[in-house]
Design a protein around this ligand. Structure first.
Ligand SMILES: [Mg+2]
Length: 185
């Protein structure tokens, strides 16, 4: 089995940031809110959450709830532990400046191992054999720079109508066999 370099996004890929956003919104903005992650149909949170006026302020102000207290998706820890045994796993995340440490703490607290962590809005500058992300534009940018990389789109309501993606598994458990087969090629 050939060890692969695997770049894994964190928010909305491993971490249930959509649920954390809904919880923060209900707690601090609108106690009557019934919004759930399935209601998030756009990357622009303002379209789903009308009382959020500045998305960057929102992420900065509630960073601890969103980046530290948020739960991992089911299977996230198990998947990363399995990948980490045979591959180089990089967490690649676009955190607000100064909030990067929260993701390191979150990974440690939730049993998410990694070789290195990179915080950058330019994920496509980090070469990899496999890219896992929930954002189609990130996947598309990677494909332009590294056309031979395998890209795996994490399904979310807001990306369900966007184009054809190479691989979009139904759950995190389905990712390990995909990567194992790539590493045997
Ligand atoms: Mg993401």
């Amino acid at each position: 089995m050939k060890p692969l370099k695997i770049n894994v996004d964190v928010d909305s890929s491993l971490r249930d940031t959509p649920q954390a956003i809904c919880d923060v919104y209900k707690q601090y903005f609108d106690s009557n809110s019934l919004l759930t992650p399935d209601d998030i149909t756009s990357y622009d949170l303002k379209e789903t959450f009308p009382l959020i006026h500045s998305v960057s302020n929102f992420f900065n102000t509630y960073a601890i709830d969103l980046f530290l207290k948020a739960k991992p998706y089911p299977g996230a820890s198990k998947l990363l532990q399995q990948l980490y045994q045979n591959h180089f796993v990089y967490l690649v995340t676009d955190q607000p400046e100064g909030k990067e440490k929260l993701t390191e703490l979150w990974a440690r607290a939730n049993g998410i191992p990694y070789y290195e962590i990179h915080c950058t809005p330019h994920k496509e500058l980090l070469e990899a054999d496999v890219i896992i992300d929930d954002k189609p534009s990130t996947i598309n940018n990677y494909k332009k720079v590294f056309p031979n990389a395998t890209t795996i789109l994490i399904k979310q309501r807001y990306n369900s109508l966007e184009g054809d993606f190479q691989i979009s598994p139904d759950c995190l458990e389905d990712i390990l066999p995909i990567i194992t087969s790539i590493s045997r090629r």
